[in-house]
Ligand binder design. Sequence first.
Ligand code: 5GP
Length: 211
Amino acid sequence: MKHKGILVVVSGFSGAGKGTLMKKLLQEYDRYALSISMTTRMPREGEADGREYFFVSKEVFEEKIQADGLVEYACYCDNYYGTPKEYVETQLAAGKDVILEIEIQGALKIKEKYPTALLLFVMPPTAEELQRRLVGRGTETQDVIAKRLRRAGEEAKGIEKYDYIVINDKLEECARELHSMIQAAHHAPYRNEDFIENMRQELDVLVKGEK
Ligand code: 5GP
């Protein structure tokens, strides 16, 4: 049976370790394509344009919105973030599972546009651990950390809208779990409507032939 690619949305609090988890998932399995977002935030040390993000000015971002070049976009902690449309559509058509690592407003927009998208939410084992990871990263000021923790509190209210939660405690285990969830999702009836309909028609033909 030929599977079509699934659009997989991965959200989670800032500092939950999504970035590392995505890298691990892509390293271990080759059936995933990670979408690279466009953002107006400044690159952090070690980030490269076209690898973690396409870093652009507010003007360029707004032009992209006008040209209908984004599948979704949102404003997060005073910066724009958005998913370029072309990559998502070509990779899905090629049968890849496309991963969007995006925040909750964007996730909900995706669910509206693509009702069969799979929504996963990554959480740290405890809130204290989240704070520890954010401080330990050493790339954000106290003020930004406080803002992101407040934002995590807000995002926590929307978790029930996701299909599954993923607890990011041990990286390898977590990547394996994530992979199993995505692969299981391929087997949901509503993601296999063509196959099921085809089976019904074939059964119908067989039954009629018996008479
Ligand atoms: P960061 O600044 O830590 O890289 O990302 C901040 C938040 O923006 C994260 O929750 C991340 O998942 C989210 N984000 C990254 N790219 C996109 C995007 O294209 N669209 C939306 N809606 N959120 C994004």
